[in-house]
Design a protein around this ligand. Structure first.
Ligand code: GAL
Length: 659
């Protein structure tokens, strides 16, 4: 596979007279892909049924004539104003019961049948017209499902659909569903919450105190399934008219729908990578860390998503939107350090991206994203990101074909577990995503390359170490597959803690075959009460009291078991801080026969089948494993096969300042 670059372009924002020049400049810079169309509904259909495709025909032709391949987006994230006249109840409703208004984007409800029919109609028109267009080489469905907190809607449409979903989940005779099965599964005898009929069930908002967690968990699962169905509707229509691959552009730390389930209906998982926005907006770290990486981003956050979405795309992953300069939407929006756009791009390639596409071609002089950089300034002069993109284009032209390889380490990621943690965090700040991410960070600091695996994985062959943190519900066949695998396995904390309906199972968790350990009690702990571990590091936030005969491999200072295990199967009974996690994971790597490094913050390593990449996010140079890594630098090495030791090659020039 050859790597490629692209950009996001909005021909509808610019006079036609400059399209050809824009296209020529994109091609000249070495871009080969261009994504268009995803917000253009009001120009494609200014009033109901009045289709205006002629401008899009010309835009596609102009871009294609310059040698660019087009990703055509469906415009369903931005229903035009007239749509609200036709479907006044299509607006999603917030948890307080207020409809979300027109005037930005994503103002639709995934459960609204009328809106879904409108989407099917416009997607059919587009697919019919462009399905065989020689320049349309890929599709994007909608845009960033879930962005601006839009997965969950507390609407009448959602309530009706949820009741039907519940009937199907708790089936009875005919189509009616078995209300007693639901009452039992949810434990509704508690607080007299029993229902006589599915039509009595409301959404789990506006209750006096917290709703039943089983009710909330099912509502989250339902909301996720609505996204899956919405996406599938579009994918099926596009497939009927086109052979081009279909992608969706996912987000950073968006866990309100099951991306594996959406991804199963698509060909490519793409995602939108905004490292500086993420650091300020999504990542909770001390001020000193944020200051140090304010112009670079977090060295694990992008990598985590590359690895996650590579799994969602069953090996096919793109960056549909790559930050090219400052964004507009985080609390602070600094300029990236010179070299970072190039570094982010190479990092994506190192993790398997086929295409990295910058958002956006030209900065918009109008509307909500005026303060968002593009590759060009609003006056069409080059912004700094373009030179870096051009440099990468030259480098990938020289680079060898990519060969992906299975990583030695795997972490299982389960969106359903995220739903369960969200419903029942049991302590402030306890969040499944961050638990998994902390595990990932510790392993990366040890120099590991990691695959993220979907929860349905049962074949772990080829992996030396597998971690399954926080997977609240673990099906028995997954437990058996892990216990039987050849890998060193570490399960927990809080894995297998609930059954599928959110009950505490008996026998008590984790009930692992071949490991005598029981979680007897759990506690959540204040941030200012960490429990020190015997050999350094601490349990933070959440920990379990473990009982049983399994060998104790790590303890608190007070002598309580934290990690137990055999030589293969382990259970970790606490959320550990980075020093603690690093130490535990280093021991497990050792048991798995994996060599470890001790990498400083900002320095990371990633191996593919043929290459090893070193990334230094830091503005300081580092000496690591006998290498000098300059400030903000990428070093690519050919991976030495057993018999042929190949020389290291850094990248030339200013990009590797100091290297
Ligand atoms: C993404 C979105 C784009 C644009 C971008 C700005 O979330 O898909 O349309 O808004 O953010 O950073």
């Amino acid at each position: 596979m050859k790597r490629a670059l692209g950009c996001c372009y909005y021909p509808e924002h610019w006079p036609r007279e400059i399209w050809a020049e824009d296209a020529a400049r994109m091609a000249e810079a070495g871009l080969t892909w261009v994504r268009i169309g995803e917000f253009a509904w009001s120009r494609l259909e200014p009033s109901p049924g009045d289709y205006r495709f002629e401008w899009l025909d010309e835009a596609i032709e102009t871009l294609g004539a310059a040698g660019l391949k087009v990703v055509l987006g469906t415009p369903t994230a931005t229903p035009p104003r007239w749509m609200i006249e036709r479907h006044p109840d299509m607006l999603a409703v917030d948890a307080e019961g207020r409809p979300r208004g027109f005037g930005s984007r994503r103002h639709y409800d995934f459960s609204h049948e009328g809106y879904k029919a409108e989407c099917a109609r416009i997607v059919t028109e587009l697919a019919r017209r462009y399905g065989r267009n020689r320049h349309v080489a890929a599709w994007q469905t909608d845009n960033e499902y879930g962005c601006h907190d839009t997965v969950i809607s507390w609407s009448d449409a959602a309530r009706q659909a949820f009741r039907q979903w519940l009937r199907n989940r708790y089936p009875g005779a005919g189509n009616d569903g078995d209300i007693e099965a639901l009452n039992t599964a949810w434990g509704n005898v508690f607080w007299s919450m029993e229902y006589r009929d599915f039509d009595e069930i409301a959404l789990p908002n506006l209750t006096v105190t917290e709703p039943n967690p089983s009710h909330s968990l099912d509502f989250r699962r339902f909301s996720s399934d609505q996204v899956v169905a919405f996406n599938l509707l579009q994918a099926e229509i596009i497939r009927a008219y086109s052979d081009a691959p279909i992608a969706h552009n996912y987000m950073g730390k968006e866990t309100r729908f099951d991306h594996f389930a959406v991804g199963a209906d698509l060909d490519i998982a793409s995602w939108d990578s905004y490292p500086l926005g993420f650091l300020e907006d999504r990542i909770e770290r001390e001020a000193g860390y944020k200051r140090r990486f304010a112009r670079q981003g977090d060295a694990d956050f992008q990598a985590f998503h590359h690895d996650l979405y590579r799994a969602v795309g069953r090996g096919r992953m793109w960056i549909m939107e790559q930050q090219p300069g400052p964004v507009n939407w985080a609390p602070y929006n600094p300029l990236p350090l010179p070299g970072m756009v190039r570094l982010w791009t190479w990092e994506a390639f190192a993790h398997g991206a086929e295409v990295v596409s910058y958002f956006r071609w030209r900065q918009a002089p109008m509307a909500q994203e005026q303060m968002h950089a593009g590759l060009l300034r609003p006056d069409s002069a080059e912004a700094p990101g373009l030179a870096e993109a051009r440099a990468v284009a030259a480098e990938i032209a020289e680079a060898p074909e990519v060969m992906q390889a299975q990583a030695p380490v795997a972490i299982v990621f389960d969106y359903d577990a995220d739903f369960a943690w969200t419903v029942q965090p049991h302590g402030r700040g306890l969040d499944y995503f961050w638990l998994v991410f902390d595990t990932y960070r510790a392993l990366r600091a040890l120099g590991q390359s990691i695959d993220i695996l979907p929860p349905g994985t049962r074949d772990f062959s080829g992996y030396r170490l597998v971690a399954v943190p926080g997977m609240m519900h673990m099906p028995d066949d997954l437990k058996s597959a892990l216990a039987a695998s050849e890998a060193v396995v570490v399960i927990g904390p809080r894995s297998a803690a609930r059954d599928a309906t959110m009950r505490i199972p008996v026998p008590l968790p984790p009930a692992l075959p071949g490991l005598d350990v029981t979680v007897a009690r759990v506690e959540t702990i204040r941030p200012d009460m960490p429990l020190g571990l015997e050999k350094g590091g601490a349990a933070i936030g959440y920990r379990e009291v473990l009982e049983g005969g399994a060998a104790v491999l790590a303890r608190t200072e007070a002598g309580e078991a934290v990690l137990v295990g055999t030589d293969k199967l382990h259970y970790l009974g606490a959320w550990l801080d980075q020093p603690g996690l690093r130490r535990v994971m280093a021991g497990l790597c050792d048991a798995a026969g994996l060599e470890t490094l001790d990498l400083p913050d900002g320095v990371r390593l990633r191996e593919t089948g043929t290459e090893r990449f070193w990334f230094n996010y830091d503005s300081e140079a580092h000496e690591v494993a006998g290498r000098h890594l300059g400030p903000v630098s990428v070093v690519r090495e050919a991976v030495a096969r057993k018999d042929q030791a190949l020389p290291r090659q850094g990248f030339p020039g200013a990009w590797n300042a100091g290297a």
